[in-house]
Design a protein around this ligand. Sequence first.
Ligand SMILES: [Zn+2]
Ligand SMILES: [Zn+2]
Length: 257
Amino acid sequence: MFSANLIFECYEDSTLDRVMSAIQNYIESLRNSGQVIGREIPVNQEGAIFTAHVMCPEEDALSPLYDSLIVQFAKKQLNESGVLQPKVQLIGRDLLSDQSDRCQTFSGFILFTNYISTCSPIRCYDHFEPVPLYKLPAIANGDQKQIIKWQEDYVACDQLQMNGALNIQHAAIHELSSIQSDLFRRGTDLCKRLQYLTKVPVYYYLYRIGGESKKGEEERYCPKCQGEWKQPEPLHGIFDFICETCRIVSNLSWDHQ
Ligand SMILES: [Zn+2]
Ligand SMILES: [Zn+2]
């Protein structure tokens, strides 16, 4: 990922409320298109100049080429609130975070995230690197907001189960690992939609924990179609199970690795 400053300059008298609201709205639209990543985005003010410090998947992520219709609209609203078009100042590569996938065409995707992940939850099937969301067709209503909201909910559940928050851990694990869960229903809907738009297979990652024994876990079937899905070797060292019929991938229970 790359860090950058977005610099906004007021060109006419406006109120702080109007300016901040237009800037926040613009940044939110960039998050929902996938051009900006993360939720904590500090904004500093020095006179008539406002600077937002953002993280982006790639160095050219803020290019207007990738603006969704909603980003374009938010840019117009900046103008109407007395703010010039934002200038981008690239700071550099963040050495601690994931690199984005470099593929131009894809053989497939996997919807995958976890509690420490802030990058795109759409991974390249072949390289398992995150694919910037602005490189993909808009999933619904002109941008990727539904994918971002699904990821926020998934990450929250994963954080709860990692922290072992006793009373709520069971509910969180249900959301992550059951095909009866709301996360599964919404996630697989997103996969189907993306598959329709890109014409390549899109797999849903179903988290697996618990189970009686390693042998029992190795012999389990696809929870949706009850078909065979065990792989001779785990894909990317994680996915021991792949169901081509249901487009679900899963791991050998983390309790029996
Ligand atoms: Zn790739
Ligand atoms: Zn299946």
